[in-house]
Design a protein around this ligand. Structure first.
Ligand code: SF4
Length: 147
């Protein structure tokens, strides 16, 4: 490793940083999805923010960032409450979550949904267009839909 030219070492460490960033982004999206599911299930009864961290095993600092974003997007609403003698928030579905969005069933098996490279492809169409995985999935879908 110590004998590798500097440009190769640089590329490897850049790639490692890219992978780590993709993994963080994926974890963030998974945590966001779990929060949305829990708040949706809680309905008008709501869920106590402090209890939410325990349910999904998320640290509050990262969780609060997600909650704020969902609040800004109108997906959840937050109201201050006192719970077990301490200030926290009750989280409930907001307008955008209540709006009935029908997601086509075929989206469930799009490989991108579970791919750690998604953040890279989001900002780089070229990488999505040349991706073998997605192109194979499209071909197979075409065959299934149009035998
Ligand atoms: S296009 Fe390919 S690499 Fe990009 S997110 Fe989808 S499956 Fe992953």
């Amino acid at each position: 490793m110590g004998d590798l030219p500097e440009n190769i070492r640089g590329k490897r460490s850049a790639r490692r940083r890219e992978v780590a960033s993709s993994q963080r982004s994926l974890q963030y999206k998974q945590a966001e999805k779990e929060i949305i599911d829990i708040v949706r299930k809680a309905g008008e009864e709501g869920v106590v923010q402090r209890e939410l961290w325990k349910k999904i095993g998320l640290d509050s600092r990262r969780g609060i960032k997600i909650i704020r974003r969902l609040e800004q997007q109108g997906i959840i609403s937050r109201k201050e409450i006192i719970y077990k003698g301490r200030k926290t928030y009750i989280l409930k579905p907001a307008t955008m979550m209540k709006a009935r969005i029908v997601i086509p069933g075929f989206l469930d098996d799009i490989p991108c949904m579970f791919c750690p490279e998604l953040p890279r492809c989001e900002s780089n169409l070229e990488s999505a267009l040349t991706c073998e995985v997605i192109n194979k999935w499209i071909e197979e879908k075409k065959k299934r839909d149009d035998p």
